[in-house]
Design a protein around this ligand. Sequence first.
Ligand code: PRP
Length: 179
Amino acid sequence: MQEDIARILLTEAEIKQRVSELGARISQDYAGKDLVAVCILKGALHFMADLTRAIEIPLAIDFMAISSYGAGTKTSGEVRIIQDLDAAIAERHILIVEDIVDTGLTLKYLVDNLGSRRPASLKIVTLLDKPARRAVTISPDYNGFEIPDEFVVGYGLDYDEKYRNLPFIGILKPEIYQK
Ligand code: PRP
């Protein structure tokens, strides 16, 4: 698997350090609040697991799985909920946990959708931000790393469902996805 990686962009130690900083900030900002961390599957799975353990205040966790309507229509921003939240979020403080914001279309949809359920507040934490690809105006409230426009995998991020279990974020060799 590692032989498909051209270069490590973020090491396991760098990710751990930054996740711990994000956890500390979130713990401060949400002290005394009814916090629900919402993991957007599947890419945010690893970030969610580490981030929630770096948060030192009580919280609830919930999960959502969404899918774009197909590769060709992704830029339309039309996404479909495959698995919705278990619990209602009205009057609760919601933190969307995402692995990456790229075009921003997924987060735009999520903010509109979850925002309509009348949460007390709605914020976004992402591990990675790729601003060069943004198609809509949206930015995370908390972000781990701003990254260049490279095809990254690992720590939850996949190519064709592979590489999610790499412990670091790596740049995939172009010959892998250009095959
Ligand atoms: C990825 C990622 C974000 C989204 C970001 O999900 O996890 O949800 O794309 O892209 P955008 O800003 O251009 O909308 P993907 O659809 O690959 O699903 P996955 O998380 O299951 O891998």
